[in-house]
Every structure is written in structure tokens, then in C-alpha cells.
Design a protein around this ligand. Structure first.
Ligand SMILES: *Cc1c(COP(=O)(O)O)cnc(C)c1O
Length: 230
């Protein structure tokens, strides 16, 4: 099933891309297979179906998978990160989507310097101001962006957000549209080191709308792997 599901999601992404009206249709979309709570066997199946980008949200779980997985993939950290896990995050992940405070960025900078790495990151924005979700407030985004941009071992690649889990999925659209506006704004600003080319938004229930509104990275778990068993 995983192979068929993965292909179906890819097809839906292409269809959504063709429906874009406000953003360039030709801008490609990267699909991240979110493998949290799925085992290495399921991961292999997805990878063999073409998934070369995988997303995990917990360091502890991802660590075991790094050690077991006998496939070459790009690793995305999409879940909230605590500063005391910064060392492992920098060690394992190619792109950290969930940088949600200056404090965390400082911890990552320190670790990246120690490990001799330039760490690619996204700044997470809590656009809907949900208490339950982390992320920068829109009002603080530019200032945090400016400060992190000066760090020598981090490179900001763009923005990430999670939409609320609305019953009526169309309610996500204005938020995604606003995120795209913010993304364009940071893209057009001049920075020292940032290379703004990623807008990570959209999950299983809302990725088609996210793509229509300009996402170029979507993070999809359930629609590929089925429901997670906790
Ligand atoms: C779990 C998770 C996803 C994927 O969610 P699905 O609904 O299973 O597609 C995407 N982004 C983040 C940040 C997540 O934690």
C-alpha cells in the first residue's frame, strides 16, 4: 500500500500545482515522507517507492532509525526541539524546520560551530497563534530572522508553519496565503547569509491547499503510511 499511497500523493501534488493561480505553477514541490511512529521496514518501503526525503519529529526515535536504516536519504526534523537535544539535531538532520525561538537558534549555532557544520534551518511561524503549537509570532519574525541571519553556522532557508486542524479544511487557505506573503517578504529582503527558497507547509489533510497557495515543501505522514499506532 505504501508504494501506491506515495504515488497517489505525488499525483495529487502535481494536480494541485497545476491549479495554482496566484503563485508560479512551475515551482516544484518536495514531498517529505513523515515516518514518525512508523518502523524502519515501512521506511524502506517508502524509500524504495521513491521517497528520498524523510521527516521525523523526535530526536530519540530518529536516532535509532539513523543507526538501522541502510538507505541514503535526506533527514528533516519537523517537530519541536529542546535546546538540550541540539547536539543530536545538528549531528543527524540536514534541515531543521522547527526553529521557533532565538534561544534555540543560539543553541544550534553553538553546536554547529562545534561540529564544523553549517546547519540549514527554517524558522517556524505560529501564524494562527495557537497556544498548543510552537513557533514565532508574526510580529517577532523579522527581528529574529535578522539576528539569526548573522550567525556564522546557521543558514536560514525559509519558513515553516502548521495550520490548525480545522474540521473544514478550506479554512486553512487564508493562513497559507498569508504565509506565502510572509515568505515572499523575507525572500525579497536583503540578508547577509540566508538563502530563502523553502516554504514548508501542508500535511495529510491540507497539503493540496498548501501547494495551491505556494508551499514548495509538504510534510505528509498519514496519507502515505496510514494512521499512526501510539
Ligand atoms: C506529524 C507531522 C506531520 C505529518 O502529519 P500527517 O497528518 O500524518 O500527514 C507534518 N508536520 C509535522 C510538524 C508533524 O509533526
Amino acid at each position: 500500500m505504501i508504494r501506491e499511497n506515495y504515488q497517489k500523493v505525488l499525483d495529487s501534488i502535481e494536480a494541485a500545482r497545476a491549479r495554482r493561480t496566484r503563485v508560479p505553477q512551475e515551482e516544484p514541490v518536495t514531498l517529505i515522507a513523515v515516518t514518525k511512529n512508523h518502523d524502519v521496514a515501512a521506511m524502506r518501503e517508502a524509500i524504495d517507492a521513491g521517497a528520498h526525503e524523510v521527516g521525523e519529529n523526535r530526536i530519540q526515535e530518529a536516532k535509532g532509525k539513523f543507526e538501522q536504516l541502510d538507505r541514503q536519504v535526506t533527514w528533516h526534523l519537523i517537530g519541536h526541539l529542546q535546546t538540550n537535544k541540539a547536539r543530536q539535531a545538528v549531528k543527524y538532520f540536514d534541515l531543521i524546520h522547527s526553529v521557533d525561538s532565538l534561544h534555540l537558534a543560539e543553541a544550534l549555532e553553538k553546536e554547529a560551530e562545534k561540529q564544523g557544520k553549517v546547519q540549514d534551518i527554517l524558522l517556524q511561524v505560529n501564524l494562527a497563534r495557537e497556544e498548543s503549537k510552537s513557533g514565532l509570532e508574526q510580529e517577532e519574525l523579522m527581528e529574529v530572522f535578522r539576528q539569526v541571519d548573522s550567525f556564522g553556522h546557521l543558514r536560514i532557508r525559509g519558513l515553516m508553519c502548521m495550520a490548525p486542524n480545522y474540521e473544514e479544511v478550506e479554512l486553512c487557505r487564508p493562513l497559507f496565503r498569508e504565509m506565502y506573503g510572509l515568505y515572499r517578504q523575507v525572500q525579497e529582503s536583503s540578508w547577509q547569509r540566508a538563502k530563502v527558497d523553502y516554504l514548508s507547509m501542508g500535511m495529510s489533510h491540507d497539503y493540496e491547499i498548501a501547494v495551491e497557495e505556494g508551499a514548495n515543501i509538504v510534510r505528509v505522514g498519514t496519507a502515505i503510511f496510514g494512521p499512526r499506532q501510539y
